[in-house]
Write a protein that binds this ligand. Structure first.
Ligand SMILES: Cc1cc2nc3c(=O)[nH]c(=O)nc-3n(C[C@H](O)[C@H](O)[C@H](O)COP(=O)(O)O)c2cc1C
Length: 338
């Protein structure tokens, strides 16, 4: 018998663990970025970039799954639509120590569509349910889904409600919803993050209709005050671009939600140094880490000087910690001169 929301036993996950999170972002939320974000936010749940199940099953698994215990709680986001392959990939993720497996049902890129996964899966709720069922049978950590409010002409609340009901029946306890639809033809992924209008009310309505489901809202949320406003309606808020371009917003959110003292930005950089030193010793190029730090002083005097030194000098093959010290000094010199 199909489980309905009312028959479902009380959720086994604690929605509080999803109160604030940083979105999966390809090419951005790699392990270095997550380490940095963790320094700014002890509580935020962090997500990897999307990794395809095929890459995990057939590719360099060790490399793809690499992360530090310091990043925890960190969720592995998978892309795929083959239940057996996703289940195996989920197992690899759990064995590697991830705290959650998240299925991407929101990415609209052509590459992803040709692989029949991402946002186009919103049109195939039964297949998504099969994928989730197969993954849940394989792992004990939560299996969650990240989706859109709609795709193409499948764009009214009833469709989203039906889609969600199928997930809940398959045992999904946490749903992250990017509060705008995706156009699968004609818009680039970037345009699909900007052009379709945000519709937060639709996500709030889901929480009303599925009270036991942990509902996390995503899309266009950029400040601690906005986070608090959304939390009056849903269980969690996921920040994407704002957390990347202005990472200190994570510290403000942490302060607002958990009362953590606001850290000095320079002290955050200092706390990155031992990590960077260890990474350099293992052959990581400085630029792969420093590119994530560029926005730390966003909006403050001297921010541009800091960014300039980091971007101009990190790409040299022998670049080391002295570049970061020089960037900090440059900023202080600009401040003193102002
Ligand atoms: C550079 C970039 C890469 C992204 N990659 C992914 C991804 O791998 N998986 C995913 O589910 N969403 C991805 N997204 C979408 C974000 O997770 C998020 O849903 C979207 O940016 C809306 O949130 P925001 O307005 O807070 O940025 C990406 C977004 C950006 C900007």
């Amino acid at each position: 018998m199909s489980q309905t929301e009312t028959e479902k036993p009380v959720s086994s996950v604690d929605c509080a663990a999803w109160r604030v999170s940083v979105a999966p972002m390809m090419d951005w939320t790699d392990r270095h970025c997550r380490y940095f974000h963790r320094l700014l936010s002890p509580h935020a749940r962090l997500y990897t970039e999307m990794v395809t199940s095929a890459a995990l099953v057939h590719g360099n698994r060790m490399h793809l799954l690499r992360h530090s215990a310091f990043e925890q709680p960190v969720a592995l986001q998978l892309g795929g639509s083959e239940p057996a392959e996703l289940a195996l990939a989920a197992r690899f993720g759990e064995d590697a120590g991830y705290a959650e497996i998240n299925l991407n049902v929101g990415c609209p890129s052509d590459r992803v569509q040709s692989g029949r996964f991402g946002a186009c899966l919103m049109r195939e709720p039964a297949l998504v349910a099969d994928c989730v069922t197969a993954m849940r049978a394989e792992v004990r950590i939560p299996v969650t889904v990240k989706c859109r409010i709609g795709v193409d002409e499948q764009d009214d609340y009833h469709d989203l409600q039906q889609f969600t009901a199928g997930l809940v029946d398959a045992g999904v306890e946490v749903l992250i919803v990017h509060a705008r639809k995706a156009w699968l033809q004609g818009l680039s992924p970037k345009e699909n993050r900007e052009v379709p209008p945000l519709n937060y009310a639709r996500v709030y309505a889901l929480k009303k209709d599925f009270p036991r489901l942990c509902v996390v809202i995503n899309g266009g949320i950029t400040s601690d005050t906005a986070v608090i406003e959304h939390l009056a309606h849903v269980d969690g808020v996921m920040l994407g671009r704002a957390a990347y371009h202005d990472p200190y917003v994570l510290a403000r959110v942490e302060h607002a939600l958990y009362g953590e003292p606001l850290p000095e930005r320079d002290a955050v950089i200092e706390r990155m140094l031992p990590y960077i030193e260890a990474e350099l010793a293992q052959g990581t190029a400085l630029k792969h880490i420093t590119r994530h730090l560029l926005g730390l002083y966003q909006g403050l005097p001297g921010a541009r000087g800091f960014r300039r030194v980091l971007s101009e000098r990190s790409h040299r093959s022998d670049a080391g910690l002295e570049v970061i010290r020089a960037a900090l000094e440059q900023r202080h010199a600009l401040l003193a001169a102002a």
